[in-house]
Design a protein around this ligand. Structure first.
Ligand code: SAH
Length: 427
């Protein structure tokens, strides 16, 4: 577990941002970091990393391939195409990559076939669970030693897995623990899917607690949120391949697209591409500030795509897919939680029409090295009330898993994780 941040008392600078009402009593804390150094580019702005650093690629896995590619690969190995279907069934329905379980495959060459098509991708290093056992955080080691996490949560009637799409993250948001170490590399579609398959295996074995007696939902992951480590739209092709496998009823996991949420800092060209995919996933925009003045600092990618452009792209996503979009807003004390910002947000959303959006404020989760804290409860309530009164459906979301450092923005490999990983054999 990461250490709790030391809370220091400082006198926050009070700066009235452009666009703020001339009320001098408003406290305005500016984003800054303490206890860690934010990486900067040559012009002194927060460094943005879009390209994945070159590392050894993970082995190609069945889940990285389209149906045709799977069959072609088997043919190359001199095997009939229907073996693909058998492997898919073992992997996506029985959650196994163990050749010993696959007695329907010819014994001779079985080991090699399974090693070639379903190579091991994630080695479990550690597992943390909450007291009730209904939230579990996994720490995984990838083939090259990179560490990622996923968080599994049972709710009444559904099971949600928060998946990672990159090892680390290049978006450098100062309030999120993942960004502090930068981007290690993109994850493959196979590595993304394997997080779900492993979670499903654990659920099938009865490893996820908290199920109520009257809950008749299926015992497998029903909802995916791309809110673990990484910026999913910066790893577009692999994330989309993973999504295709998630929704594929015949050759994949057969999940519902609407149960999959892709969350982004706002990479506008990629949002447009996503809208054209014809897979109606739920779309979430991490806005966190309605004014460029603050968002420029809070979400460094705002230097490329401004608030209005990101909101236009979100609205266009709704037009194209008919799916109501979510706006995520971490409420940070005296930083972005002012009543005038709630009003400005409502104004900007209403200016783009009605019924297309809802807002999910989340009280900030503490991250190491940050002096910021969550907004106070009356301030949170006022923020929510103003949006609701303006006709924007708004629900406060309190994230799960804080006690195991598994909540939004808390996913980061700590020194302790690295030490545990160092003694975990791969495979
Ligand atoms: N890169 C993507 C997905 C990962 S983060 C994105 O930014 O959307 C998932 C959500 O957690 C985002 O809305 C992110 O802004 C939010 N988040 C990050 N750090 C947080 C923190 N310390 N407390 C609460 N939410 C946080």
């Amino acid at each position: 577990m990461t250490e709790q941040p030391t809370v220091r008392t400082t006198t926050p600078r009070q700066v009235r941002p452009a666009g703020a009402p001339a009320d001098t009593g408003i406290r305005q804390v500016r984003p800054k970091t303490e206890g860690w150094q934010q990486a900067k580019d040559e012009t002194g702005r927060p460094l943005l990393q879009f390209a994945s650093p070159k590392r050894g690629k993970p082995p190609v896995h069945l889940a990285d391939l389209t149906q045709d590619e799977r069959v072609a690969k088997l043919k190359e190995l001199g095997l009939p195409g229907f073996r693909a279907k058998q492997l898919e069934k073992h992997y996506f329905t029985h959650y196994t990559s163990d050749a010993a379980d696959m007695t329907d495959l010819p014994a001779s060459g079985r080991e090699e076939l399974v090693a070639g098509m379903l190579p091991p991708l994630l080695t479990e290093v550690r597992r943390l669970e909450t007291d009730r056992g209904d939230t579990i955080k996994f720490l995984w080691k990838l083939h090259d030693g990179a560490l990622v996490e996923s968080v599994l949560m049972r709710y009444p009637g559904r099971i949600t897995l928060c998946v990672s799409s990159q090892a680390g993250c290049g978006m450098n948001c100062p309030f999120c623990a993942t960004g502090q170490a930068g981007l290690t590399r993109n994850m493959s579609a196979g590595e993304i899917i394997e997080q779900i398959v492993r979670a499903n295996a654990l659920i099938a074995a009865g490893g996820l607690g908290g199920k109520k007696r009257d809950d008749h939902s299926l015992d497998r992951v029903s909802n995916i949120v791309f809110m673990g480590m990484g910026e999913p739209l910066a790893n577009y092709a692999r994330v989309m391949q993973a999504v295709r496998v998630m929704v594929d009823k015949d050759h994949g996991l057969g999940m519902s697209a609407r149960g999959i949420t892709v969350s982004t800092v706002g990479l506008v060209p990629a949002i447009k591409k996503l809208a054209d995919e014809d897979i109606p996933v739920t779309f979430a925009l991490s806005l966190h500030a309605p004014d460029d003045h603050l968002r420029d600092e809070l979400i460094p990618v705002n230097s490329r795509w401004k608030v209005d452009e990101a909101l236009d792209a979100a609205r266009a996503y709704f037009d194209k897919t008919g799916r109501r979009v979510s706006i995520e807003y971490a409420l940070i004390k005296d930083m972005n939680d002012h009543a005038w910002r709630a009003d400005l947000l409502a104004e900007k959303l209403n200016a783009r029409g009605r019924g297309w959006v809802h807002v999910n404020p989340i009280p900030l989760n503490p991250t190491p090295g940050s002096i910021w804290t969550a907004s106070e409860v009356p301030v949170q309530n006022e923020f929510v009330r103003r949006l609701n009164d303006a006709g924007i459906p708004t629900t406060l979301r309190d994230t799960r898993g804080k006690e195991i450092d598994g909540a939004c923005g808390q996913l980061v490999a700590t020194e302790e994780d690295e030490a545990a990983a160092a003694v975990t054999p791969v495979g």
